[in-house]
Design a protein. Sequence first.
Lengths: 113, 112
Amino acid sequence: NAGVTQTPKFQVLKTGQSMTLQCAQDMNHEYMSWYRQDPGMGLRLIHYSVGAGITDQGEVPNGYNVSRSTTEDFPLRLLSAAPSQTSVYFCASSYRQVGYEQYFGPGTRLTVT
Amino acid sequence: SQQGEEDPQALSIQEGENATMNCSYKTSINNLQWYRQNSGRGLVHLILIRSNEREKHSGRLRVTLDTSKKSSSLLITASRAADTASYFCATDAGYGNNRLAFGKGNQVVVIP
């Protein structure tokens, strides 16, 4: 199994551009989530999904959209990038809901200029 | 919302010593998990302790949970250089609350 994969690994955007961060898992996990990690802030939850077709907001959802059309994929869309969205983004998945071991992807380092 | 929060000190120890780090949280929890993050990498799950458990062991790791004090500790015994990493606790409230709240992390440096 590849586990949780994320693409791209690095990305530089200009303010106002949009892009999609890709996340996929091959473990048939129901729960998937997106976090951003900033220095000194730990990980903050952006959006999560408890199954295909079901998404919900986390702690810092503004400026981001998600969809979950399949069990495997959970893309994160930045609608109009801002410098405040410069961060490292992690996707994670778990077997069922949040009270299980989370499997993390390798992360995407995003810089918005 | 609940928030796992580690004591913010960075820890620097000699190889072979024990490393202890703490986590406190604000509201009732269902589970508490500890994760390790090596520099530039994703997080790796270490151990999960449920709210009705007080202590759990996994190899050189020992986790305790005190729900009356809303706190947990992670002990790494006989540390190795490879244990150099950041360690995060994460809590969930259960009961349909599907959010996992991470603390800010504790950086541990093990000197060979």
